[in-house]
Design a protein around this ligand. Structure first.
Ligand SMILES: Cc1ncc(C[n+]2csc(CCOP(=O)(O)OP(=O)(O)O)c2C)c(N)n1
Ligand code: SF4
Length: 333
């Protein structure tokens, strides 16, 4: 079939990545010749944010490297739904690591490419929040500390989804998981727990750290492109709602991701050598309730009467992020 830059029925919609924009402003996803790195036929749930995030990120990395890319993948939903042996949806050189050592495997691949003189071949490691913030954390911190030439991407769905929704150190306070059930005085995951991996990555003063959500395609792609233009250790943390674990409608994945940003609960920013260099401002500020209510993992907060004290604690966390990262234009605050 002849190449069609714009299909008549696809013009002007967000889903095709703005094909009506000038060619250089269009998203990678708008290009019908994109790699489709994570191809159709995988077994992710309907509306899976992780599947979407991985396709966006790896297609952008493939374009940025002119298809000279190898990915190492920690065990987790992304690996399990994409690669039930002997099948795979990956259209790129891809290696499965253990649950905890994707960063170390990627470091080894980068070293091998250097020894072979193939410096144009770039390496991405990727995994869920469990494989990043918990069991994979030691390998990842070592990768940061040595400034290995790897981009690590965390697809954060805020729990261990692959094994049935257990708490991770990225699970937010008050969320219900199968290991943080609301029972009596216990209202889901505790406050004061958890790890802020983007901040920890920044503390290593690596060349590039960024956060993104699947709701902002252009922003996500731009950050991957920036990361691939830099040598050394880089980290991108992408919020990827999970309809199964979070208990929201599968068609709401993008809306929920956008609300995470618009409430301030998930700050979207970039940092270089430990300093924040840009933030995505909140466009239409929303109360945290707008984000929490559509998710069954927070349903216990909205009984009769609702648990206003816990909702206020969560609002305080969002407000702190807004202050800390300057997420609202000063005149609009
Ligand atoms: C050493 C080890 N312990 C436990 C497991 C079982 N396991 C596989 S994936 C997984 C959870 C993955 O969670 P996460 O990294 O958050 O990714 P998600 O599935 O949520 O995308 C666990 C516990 C394992 N594969 N290896
Ligand atoms: S459980 Fe969640 S992360 Fe895993 S495939 Fe389903 S929607 Fe995606």
């Amino acid at each position: 079939m002849a190449f069609q830059p714009v299909k008549f029925y696809q013009t002007g919609t967000f889903t095709v990545g703005n094909r009506l924009l000038a060619a250089q402003e269009r998203s990678v996803q708008a290009n019908m010749r994109r790699t489709n790195s994570l191809n159709s036929g995988h077994r992710a749930c309907q509306g899976c944010g992780e599947a979407l995030g991985a396709r966006y990120a790896i297609d952008a990395a493939m374009e940025a490297t002119r298809n000279r890319l190898i990915a190492a993948n920690a065990t987790g939903c992304l690996e399990v739904f994409s690669t039930p042996y002997p099948e795979t949806s990956w259209q790129i050189p891809w290696i499965h690591s253990l649950f905890g050592n994707a960063a170390a495997v990627a470091t080894g691949i980068a070293a091998a490419m250097r020894v072979k003189g193939q410096n144009d071949v770039r390496v991405v490691a990727q995994g869920g929040d469990g494989g990043t913030t918990d069991i994979g954390f030691g390998c990842l911190s070592g990768m940061f500390e040595r400034n290995d030439d790897v981009l690590f991407i965390c697809y954060d769905n805020e729990a261990y989804m692959n094994t049935g929704v257990q708490r991770s150190s990225a699970t937010p306070p008050a969320a219900r998981t199968n290991t943080t059930m609301p029972v009596g005085q216990e209202l889901g995951n505790r406050f004061g727990q958890g790890k802020n991996l983007p901040a920890i990555a920044m503390a290593h003063e690596i060349p590039y750290v960024a956060t993104a959500t699947v709701a902002e395609l252009h922003d996500l792609e731009a950050k991957v492109k920036t990361a691939m233009g830099i040598r050394g250790a880089r980290y991108i943390h992408i919020l990827v709602p999970c309809p199964l674990g979070w208990g929201h409608a599968s068609h709401d994945t993008i809306r929920i991701a956008r609300l995470a940003k618009e409430t301030g609960l998930f700050p979207v920013f970039e940092a270089t050598q430990g300093e924040v260099t840009s933030v995505s401002r909140i466009r239409r500020r929303q109360p945290v309730e707008a984000y929490l209510r559509p998710q069954k993992r927070f349903a216990h907060l909205f009984g009769d009467p609702p648990n206003s004290a816990v909702i206020a604690q969560l609002q305080a966390l969002a407000d702190r992020n807004i202050r800390r990262y300057g997420l609202i234009e000063p005149e609009a605050a």
